[in-house]
Write a protein that binds this ligand. Structure first.
Ligand code: NDP
Ligand code: OXD
Length: 311
């Protein structure tokens, strides 16, 4: 069985090591170093943000295996073959990483830790009033693999958690809001908004001025999904007029974020470099190998993308 790895070459050795532990007979090739291999013999491509037109060079692949949970970096290829299944990454290490990151920021804002940092810098001993986590209303845009994991962890910490998705959910500790009609009600009750949506035609630009004005005054926006969910200028305007109190942004329209982007210096914005959750090859390889084995047995892989929905 032949697999072509199309991602940052410096990650190839680690993925090779872990995939070969799972699939000992696998021939693991790396793009573009192994570009002279007969492309018709490649069974699978394992990809993260492949350059446009690369995937179509492998005419006989059985599937496109994504190294990420989001597949917008694959579907943006105008030459992407539409007859090949795309399998996204669903991995415990990713859910854990995202949960840790989101919980950290929820606690940061709920417990006013940013203000205490400033007090400390001024050697000021000030105790702010403390409120119950149940009074802090967290809203998750997207209640899939990651949104659910984050929401359940926050609910266990007694936060008041709701999630917005396309379909209605029944998850312990999380109030479900579904569909466009339910969005205003969801926003109205949200103090900390965390975006974990996939980037699709429907969700691009969803965090815009119209959405932000429906959040209560003083609320916080945390975007952990994709930069293009957010209209940057609208976020800056909502922060500058005092409607929002802070934003944490892990993802951006252009990555790396340009040095002259106003987010870097904005006192109410925290920028992190797309690190909310990383896939660890040792656990991601188990999931990928399991899906490859399923396909080799003629079974459908888990977590196939529905191109009509876009995720
Ligand atoms: P899932 O596909 O499991 O979940 C997507 C959720 O979004 C689902 O609940 C879905 O609803 C909901 N949704 C999709 N479209 C709409 C819509 N139009 N209206 C309302 N709800 C919608 O994705 P994951 O949870 O695995 O990942 C989410 C995203 O997180 C990824 O696509 C990626 O962009 C981002 N990500 C970011 C990382 C980082 O480090 N910053 C790391 C990993 C992922 P329903 O359940 O009804 O289908
Ligand atoms: C992903 C990501 O989609 O890391 O997995 O952003």
């Amino acid at each position: 069985m032949n697999l072509m790895f199309i991602s940052d070459e410096d990650r190839a050795d680690l993925w090779r090591t872990h995939l070969l532990k799972q699939l000992p007979g696998l021939n693991f090739y790396v793009w573009p170093a192994d570009s002279d291999v007969d492309k018709t013999t490649i069974d699978y491509v394992l990809v993260w943000k492949p350059a446009a037109g690369v995937i179509k060079q492998f005419p006989n692949i059985k599937a496109i295996l994504s190294l990420g949970a989001g597949i917008d970096g694959i579907t943006c290829d105008p030459e992407l073959p539409t007859d090949k299944p795309i399998v996204r990454l669903v991995d415990n290490s990713l859910s854990q990483g995202m949960t840790q990151f989101a919980v950290y920021w929820a606690i940061h804002f709920h417990r006013d830790l940013g203000k205490y940092r400033v007090f400390e810098q001024h050697k000021t001993w000030t105790q702010l009033p403390q409120s119950d986590a149940a009074e802090c209303r967290i809203g998750l845009l997207g209640l899939g693999e990651l949104g659910t994991a984050v929401g359940q962890a926050l609910a266990r910490l007694q936060f008041n958690v709701a999630g917005w998705s396309r379909s209605q959910k029944s998850i312990d500790g999380i109030t479900s809001y579904a569909g466009a009609a339910a969005l205003p009600g969801f926003l109205k009750r949200t103090d900390i908004l965390i975006c974990l949506l996939p980037l699709t035609a429907e969700t691009e630009g969803i965090i815009n001025g119209r959405l932000l004005e429906q959040l209560p005054r003083g609320s916080v926006v945390i975007n952990l999904a994709r930069g293009r969910h957010l209209v940057d200028e609208d976020l800056l305007a909502a922060l500058d007029c005092g409607h929002l109190s802070a934003a944490v942004l892990d993802v951006f329209h252009t990555e790396p974020l340009a040095p002259d982007h106003p987010f870097w210096d904005h006192p109410k914005v925290t920028v992190t470099p797309h690190i909310a959750a990383l896939t660890f090859p040792h656990s991601g390889a188990q999931y990928i190998a399991n899906n490859v084995r399923r396909m080799e047995r003629g079974e459908a892989p888990e977590n196939l993308i529905d191109l009509k929905k876009g995720y």
